[in-house]
Design a protein. Structure first.
Length: 477
């Protein structure tokens, strides 16, 4: 693929539609040659890279291209971009989601040159023999870090490499994983053999980024909250002592890393594979530690209300038929019950709630801003924040589709409507779980607040240049 100035305006591309960016052309060059994982921070044009490869492949190899994205709003967003950027008739760029009937998808597939789809739909069509991947010459997996476990991406990739006559795979992600092992898993599951990474520090990328005022806001937890946390940590220490006696850990520190916990679990699984009874006991204790750690994380970093709801779900789980011993032991432990009572009796306000309200008041009131986004990990916290902040601001929530944490999810139609209303200025504060961080086109905002734990997360490594990022924005946590 040519990287000269005219290269961006040839093949199947609409003349002068795309801005020529050297780093995108370099990434597309690499991805056009072999199965490639493209790592590029959000907002810097991963989709353009895939589009350039698709244009090249359709020109050189013919056939059709398949582009997979995890949600309906993302699928529609990508379809709109492809129709604008490619000189391909609109009716040859088709969208496959659950809204399109299976028989209609089968008919559309035959005549399409580019199919942009949610993975579950394509998986169902492959299982039902409604479509064939034989003639697909380019397959793109957007947000490919999802390609683990039984997610549909894994099955589709396996079928594609087996069925396609001339396959080429491009995986795209801003955050493929927190360590080498996670990245290798994604590459193995998708059949990727090459990894291309660009960061904001690369010279060719730097001119398209800008400095963002990143500000950490520290809060002091009240003694009542610390008491809840400390009671839970005592139980974690006790359970880790039991695991230490099994020889799978050397520490009883409740602040041990997730990596250490994963290593511990691997050792226990090996014991189970060798039919050692201690392995089964240890795995149950390990599950208890994970549940307790989640509770301490919620009370420290989210809200007391979120840990209250969490405890209630754990009590219900312990009472249910087939309840795990880990759940039953945890809710029966005297110190856990003490923590539950303290959480139930706490009637104060978590300091992060007050800080969030102050930041919004400064941004939207004093500084005359128009829009702000708060990201949170927990749906419980998102709902509690919406309820709390609605007394002062026009606030909506944005959460995933699944029903979890005792809460109904949002349909993809509801998600898209909420984003459209936010873009149109119909409300000023969007409180979102991490689902909104995955590549959706979020409008310019004046404040992005990550209501998060302070520990590092791989997903945060790409946060600086996200789609909501603007020079006048400020991020807080």
């Amino acid at each position: 693929m040519a990287t000269e100035a005219a290269g961006i305006d040839r093949l199947l591309l609409v003349d002068d539609f795309l801005q020529r960016r050297r780093y995108q052309l370099q990434l597309a060059d690499a991805a056009a040659d072999e199965h490639t994982l493209v790592c590029l921070p959000t907002g810097l044009g991963k989709t353009t890279v895939s589009l350039l490869v698709t244009a090249e492949r359709l020109h050189q190899a013919g056939g059709k291209a398949l582009f997979l994205a995890p949600t309906k709003p993302l699928v529609q967003q990508h379809a709109d971009f492809y129709r604008e950027a490619l000189s391909v008739p609109d009716d040859e760029i088709v969208v496959f989601t659950g809204d399109v009937k299976p028989d209609d998808r089968a008919a559309l597939w035959d005549d399409a040159r580019i199919v942009i789809a949610t993975p579950q739909v394509v998986e169902n069509d492959l299982v039902g023999n409604r479509i064939s991947l034989r003639d697909v010459t380019h397959l793109t997996f957007d947000e490919c870090h999802r390609a683990t476990g039984d997610y549909a991406y894994v099955y589709i990739a396996e079928r594609y490499h087996a069925d396609a006559a001339d396959p080429l795979v491009t995986g795209m992600s801003a955050s493929p994983g927190g360590d080498t092992e996670e990245i290798e898993t994604v590459c193995e599951n998708l059949g990727l053999v090459n990894v291309e990474v660009m960061t904001e520090e690369d010279a060719d990328v730097d001119e398209y980024t800008h400095d963002t005022d990143v500000q950490w806001e520290q809060v002091t937890l009240p003694d009542e909250v610390l008491d809840i946390r400390d009671a839970l940590n005592e139980v974690i220490t006790d359970r880790l002592e039991k695991l230490k006696q099994l020889g799978v850990t050397n520490t009883t520190n409740p602040d041990l890393s997730q990596k250490d916990l994963n290593k511990m679990r691997g050792q226990l699984k090996q014991m189970m594979d060798n039919d050692q009874s201690d392995g089964y006991k240890g795995m149950s204790t390990h599950a208890e530690v994970m549940k307790l750690r989640r509770a301490t994380e919620l009370v420290e970093t989210q809200s007391v209300e979120s840990v209250r709801r969490y405890f209630e779900r754990q009590r219900e789980a312990a009472r249910s038929s087939g309840a795990s011993k880990a759940s039953q032991r945890m809710v029966a432990d005297p110190k856990v019950r003490e923590a539950m009572r303290k959480a139930e009796s706490f009637d104060g306000l978590h300091p992060k709630f007050s800080k969030a309200r102050i930041l919004l008041a400064e941004t939207l009131g004093i500084n005359g801003g128009e829009r702000a986004i708060l990201f949170t990990e927990s749906r419980d916290t998102a709902e509690a924040l919406v309820e709390f902040l609605s007394a002062s601001f026009d606030v909506r929530k944005f959460v995933g589709q699944g029903d979890k944490e005792g809460s109904d999810g949002m349909s993809q139609t509801q998600q898209q409507e909420t984003l459209d209303e936010f873009k149109n200025g119909e409300f000023e504060v969007l409180v979102s779980t991490s689902v909104a961080e995955e590549g959706l086109d979020v409008p310019e905002v004046d404040l992005v607040c990550f209501y998060e734990p302070s520990r590092p997360r791989s997903a945060r490594s790409s946060a600086r240049a996200g789609p909501a990022d603007r020079p006048r924005g400020r991020w807080s946590s």
